[in-house]
Design a protein around this ligand. Structure first.
Ligand code: CDP
Ligand code: MG
Length: 246
């Protein structure tokens, strides 16, 4: 497969799409016939705060950030039904994957989507007013059904945040992998090489790992500056993990 064929992007079908029964519609818009792209990975995720926070790290501090996290973890749409809080994560692959899916998704703002790109997925989105404790409007949140990576750098970061190499068939992996040789455990935002009460084993010898994750883990373990933090590496290993380690 040539390099163009390997281009990948992360798509998340967000909780408003689940709640409004739009999964079938969204997937048919993204299907190979419409988009020319293939599925390379798929999983159903009960998103925890750590994963949501890492995913939307660039928006930390913005007025809509807390509401955005509540939206991604499913709390906004399923306040009383925790078991219904899910996101479906996909990796799509093929030439121009990032730009093609962004075009099918449409503009971030659902009102703008309706005006400028009728027929796009986000044209079916909703704008929700955000209020403070006294009921004053402090901003708005855009419930726009799907997330789609917007650049190659963002796609690589996001795919490695949500997916392990083994979630993607070997011939469809776009980023270098390496075989791990250590045990790595995670507990209370800390990394260790041996098991402690309550810790989760992230990796065992023989596991295939994103090469960049392994390089980051080695630096983090030595206390040296790393291009990404421990939460970014650990999040995908804690997906649908019952134990509270986040
Ligand atoms: O998702 P996209 O990359 O198009 O937009 P973004 O600017 O990266 O924002 C991420 C998400 O935050 C959006 O998809 C919206 O759900 C939400 N958002 C919001 O609620 N209010 C804004 N003013 C901007 C974004
Ligand atoms: Mg974005």
């Amino acid at each position: 497969m040539n390099k163009k064929e390997l281009e990948q992007t992360l798509v998340l079908i967000k909780p408003d799409a689940l709640k409004n029964s739009l999964i079938g519609y969204v997937l048919s818009q993204l299907s190979e016939v419409h988009s020319g792209l293939r599925f390379a990975g798929a999983k159903i995720v009960q998103v925890n705060r750590m994963l949501a926070d890492q995913h939307y790290a660039e928006h930390r501090g913005k007025v809509f950030f807390p509401a955005l996290i509540d939206y991604l973890i499913g709390l906004a749409h399923y306040p009383n039904d925790p078991w219904k809080r899910r996101v479906i994560a996909f990796v799509f692959q093929g030439p121009g994957a990032i730009v093609k899916i962004r075009a099918i998704a449409g503009p971030t703002n659902p009102d703008e989507a309706r005006e400028k790109s009728p027929g796009c997925i986000r044209a079916l989105g909703t704008i929700v007013q955000l209020k403070d404790a006294s009921g004053n409007v402090i901003g708005e949140r855009m419930d726009n059904l799907i997330h789609a990576s917007s650049t190659k750098t963002e796609a690589e970061r996001e795919i490695k945040l949500w997916f392990k190499p083994n979630d993607i068939p070997p011939l469809m992996r776009a980023y270098p992998t390496e075989v791990n040789k250590e045990y790595y455990y995670f507990n209370d935002k800390k990394l260790s090489l041996s098991h402690e009460p309550g810790s989760v084993c992230l990796l065992a010898p023989g596991d295939y790992v994103w090469k960049s994750d392994l390089e980051a883990l080695r630096l983090i373990y030595k206390g040296r500056p790393s291009p990404c933090n421990i939460e970014t590496v650990a999040a995908k290993y804690l997906i649908n993990e019952e134990r509270e380690t986040v």
